[in-house]
Design a protein around this ligand. Structure first.
Ligand code: ADP
Ligand code: MG
Length: 288
């Protein structure tokens, strides 16, 4: 028979948009010593708005930058794509067609636009390829900047901003009071990651993380004898969610992340995660 406390906690969870797929993992959530959060859409709203866009080339206008980038982003579901496309729509631009779209894992996307090889990439990609970053690209630590390359040459950049969820700070405070170290792993650049980490008072962060590296981060923490929980939403996060002692998927429960997680939270509110883990602690300590 299911112990009464467990039945009650499961019922409460369901009401909060919470699904426990692996009860053992949920029971073990009382042992968590380290929590790794994905940034975008988890600690932040995941809604990027374009703040600036500039040309860095004589051949292209500011408008061209948005057009070429928008054209490729039509093929992507990344929150950066959504942000750029919202701007394009607002300005009523007609976008050119693209061919041969492909993702550059953890670094951006590329396609052929008007017959030219076009990429939208991270600052890390520029550094790796010895392309110098324009001086005016970074003027705020809270902006995420992506770069447009046309035929391997820098054409311009687009800066976007996402907001930290108002509930994140309190959630992290709660974890800390309960002896849980909170860390963040993100594909976004170091400057942004550092700003978010500082604002939230995180124990540490990992930036410019490639998809396959998230699982390595979890393994490393486990080697250091941490009992690790991971919270994420993307396809990229699935292996890390599986590796974690407790994997928590946030957002709509249909994708691969949800299939691999132990716990699914429909609302991506970090406060719910804090409540859930504390609830797990309280519930199972009563049973012992
Ligand atoms: P995260 O989910 O943490 O943002 P990703 O691996 O999805 O990590 O992305 C890492 C980085 O790669 C982004 O911060 C961005 O610089 C670049 N990138 C990925 N996808 C896109 C895209 N569709 N458009 C522009 N840049 C992208
Ligand atoms: Mg992601």
């Amino acid at each position: 028979a299911v112990p009464l406390v467990v039945a009650i906690s499961t019922a409460i969870s369901a009401k909060n948009g919470l699904l426990i797929r692996n009860r053992t993992a949920f029971e073990n959530s009382r042992k968590i010593t380290a929590m790794v959060f994905d940034k975008t859409g988890t600690l932040t709203q995941g809604e990027f708005g374009v703040t600036r866009y500039e040309s860095a080339s004589n051949e292209f206008s500011r408008e061209d930058i948005l057009m070429f980038a928008g054209a490729i982003e039509q093929n992507s579901e990344h929150p950066i794509a959504t942000g750029i496309l919202a701007k394009v729509k607002k300005l009523n631009f007609q976008l050119p067609k693209t061919a041969n779209f492909q993702a550059i894992s953890g670094k951006g996307i590329e396609a052929s636009v008007a017959g030219r090889n076009t990429k939208v990439v991270s600052p890390g990609f520029l550094i790796e390829n010895d392309i110098s970053i324009p001086e005016n690209a970074f003027n705020s630590s809270s902006e995420t900047v992506v770069f447009l390359l046309i035929d391997e040459k820098l054409a311009g950049f687009i800066a976007l901003a996402d907001e930290i969820r108002p509930e994140s700070k309190e959630a992290i405070e709660t974890f800390r009071r309960n002896g849980i170290k909170v860390m963040m792993a993100t594909g976004d650049n170091t400057t942004v990651a550092e700003a978010v980490s500082k604002q939230l008072g995180l124990e540490g962060f990992y930036a410019e993380v490639l998809p396959h590296q998230k699982v390595e981060i979890i393994k490393e923490l486990q080697r250091r004898k941490e009992y690790v929980a991971m919270t994420g939403d993307g396809i990229n996060d699935a292996p890390a969610l599986a590796q974690a002692d407790v994997g928590i998927a946030v957002g709509s429960g249909t994708d691969i992340a949800a299939e691999t997680a132990d716990i699914i939270l429909v609302n991506s509110n970090p406060k719910d995660i804090a409540n859930l883990i504390l609830f797990g602690k309280a519930t199972y300590s009563k049973m012992i």
